[in-house]
Design a protein around this ligand. Structure first.
Ligand code: BES
Ligand code: MN
Ligand code: ZN
Length: 526
């Protein structure tokens, strides 16, 4: 009897609503090589790029750098005359393209290097990258006149200026130049400088790539898989908390933010240990906001505010990319990277305005705005770091507040620090990496805004939004020297400019690697 009246078994899992997302192969950054020879002595390049130096105080016109005279002779071209005819100034970013018909070369680029600062060379690198898209190779003598650090900066600029991301059925629209030869390189330290630049530029590239990936693919679990791949390649220890373990260990902030999503939250931990580390080797903890999509939650964002929110994991991407490159820059301290990853979605299980949540370790927050979700996940990770990891320094990095964009515009990030030495180290790394940061104050007087009537803290204090967000987080740093980087301002470039391509900037890893790859990253602290 029973057999005929049996109902079909209910599906064990909800049917997939969308086709599985498959990211096509992406373009790669150019390869770099060093050569002591000058462009005309190196065969088989499609493009030669030569530096143009602006007129000095007495000079009556810009001049050309090494290899230009020989190139002009070989091609029968008056390159200086050409500069004059084109009214070239040699300012940074200026490029004059001279197509030629010759067996050795097809295009000459005359590239301005302005004041010849490290920044000028970074920008010249990006200029060359843009002018050589889809070419097989370029040989350039530009870096042969660079100051200390200029060669590396040129490489970083050329890599990041080449960046592209696509999801077209027909393949990428354009490709980076395949090979860049830095001609006229005689400096013994150039190999090392190139290796460090490749690490920094590669980390910026990787961070940009992660930020570009749409959220129909980029779930917290996907981000964790990426971390596992990076860890395997870089020899890092990796650990991922799933939602069950997050609940068992009390990560209430991450769980609350991720509760409405069909893609459950994760917490990612990567550990870097330097060669020869002992028990005394201090630990730096980096925490990156890993919101894989931010709808705002029940306090839903308007369409224009939501459009770029697949990039709300940019801080997490900066941490993952930095961790993967620490070995390449010879970082001498232990570093642990934490990425609390969640999708701030909308649904029946979503956290509500007015909910009170309990963070790792017990501190409670009243959720007065579900769109202030970043600080809720960062708080858990910071509390975990302070309680379990004995950090000498704690730095978090996040696209945290729209208020930072209002305060600083889109050309610089903001940072806060409860320790003057750490503030100085971050400022120094910012200046030399070219990732600009401006220090913001932890105004103690605004503290009352962060207090709640019912809980230990209020997640939506308002007022000076970037500052009150920092004050909210400060409670989770305990007594640890702590830096907080809010780069919501500069996570996205509105247009192509210098080393920035339009879209995600991949901001963060360059400055973090500059700091952590220095001889003594904890100088004056530990
Ligand atoms: N992810 C946003 C911040 C953001 C804004 C990043 C614009 C990049 C560009 C964050 O989660 C957020 O929504 N913050 C709110 C906080 C407010 C509700 C207290 C904001 O800034 O409006
Ligand atoms: Mn938000
Ligand atoms: Zn957010």
């Amino acid at each position: 009897m029973a057999a005929s009246s049996k109902l079909p078994a209910p599906p064990t899992a909800a049917p997939t609503a969308q086709l599985p997302a498959q990211l096509p192969a992406q373009v790669s950054p150019p390869e770099f090589a060093l050569s002591p020879a000058l462009p005309h002595q190196i065969g088989g390049a499609e493009v030669w790029a030569l530096p143009v130096v602006p007129a000095d105080a007495e000079g009556d016109g810009p001049s050309l750098g090494p290899g230009a005279e020989e190139a002009g002779d070989l091609l029968g071209l008056d390159l200086l005359g050409l500069l004059e005819a084109q009214r070239a100034t040699g300012r940074t970013g200026e490029v004059i393209s001279v197509p030629v018909v010759h067996d050795d070369v097809q295009l000459i680029l005359l590239v301005g290097v302005g004041d010849q600062s490290v920044t000028d060379f970074r920008r010249a690198g990006a200029t060359v990258a843009r002018a050589t898209k889809d070419r097989a190779s370029v040989v350039t003598s530009i870096t042969s006149i660079a100051p200390d650090g200029g060669l590396g900066a040129f490489v970083v600029g050329a890599m990041l200026g080449s960046f592209g991301f696509h999801w077209r059925s027909s393949g990428p629209k354009e490709r980076p130049v395949a090979r860049i030869v830095l001609a006229g390189t005689t400096d013994e330290d150039a190999d090392d400088e190139l290796a460090r630049a490749l690490a920094a530029g590669g980390a910026g590239w990787r961070s940009r790539m992660l930020a570009c990936v749409p959220s129909n693919l980029k779930t917290p679990a996907w981000l964790a898989e990426q971390a596992e791949e990076f860890a395997a390649a870089a020899g890092l220890r990796v650990e991922v908390w799933d939602e069950v373990r997050l609940a068992a260990e009390g990560f209430g902030g991450v769980l609350a933010v991720g509760s409405a999503s069909v893609s459950p939250p994760r917490m990612i931990r990567l550990d870097y240990t330097p060669h020869g580390a002992t028990k005394k080797t201090p630990t730096v903890v980096l925490v990156g906001k890993g919101i894989t999509f931010d709808t705002g939650g029940l306090d839903i964002k308007p369409p224009e505010g939501m459009l770029s929110m697949k990039r709300d994991m940019s801080g997490g991407a900066a941490v993952l990319a930095t961790m993967a490159a620490l070995g390449d820059v010879g970082c001498p301290v232990r570093v642990i990277g934490l990425v609390p990853a969640a999708e701030n979605a909308i649904g029946g299980a979503a956290m509500r305005p007015g909910d009170v949540i309990r963070h790792y370790g017990g501190r409670t927050s009243e959720v007065n705005n579900t769109d202030a979700e970043g600080r809720l996940v960062l708080a858990d990770a910071m509390a975990y770091a302070v309680a379990e990891l004995d950090p000498a320094v704690l730095v978090d990095i996040a696209t945290l507040t729209g208020a930072m964009k209002v305060a600083l515009g889109q050309g610089t990030g903001g940072y806060f620090a409860n320790d003057e030495t750490l503030a100085g180290l971050l400022a120094k790394a910012s200046a030399s990496s070219g990732e600009l940061l401006w220090r913001m104050p932890l105004v103690a007087d605004y503290e009352e805004r962060v207090s709640s009537r019912v809980a230990d803290g209020d997640n939506a204090a308002g007022g000076a939004g970037a500052i009150t967000a920092a004050l909210f987080l400060q409670h989770f740093a305990g007594d640890v020297p702590w830096g907080h980087i809010d780069f919501a301002s500069i996570a996205e470039a509105p247009a192509e400019r210098y080393e920035w391509t339009q879209g995600p900037t991949g901001f963060g890893p360059r400055l973090l690697l500059d700091w952590l790859g220095s001889a003594d990253p904890l100088e004056g602290i530990a």
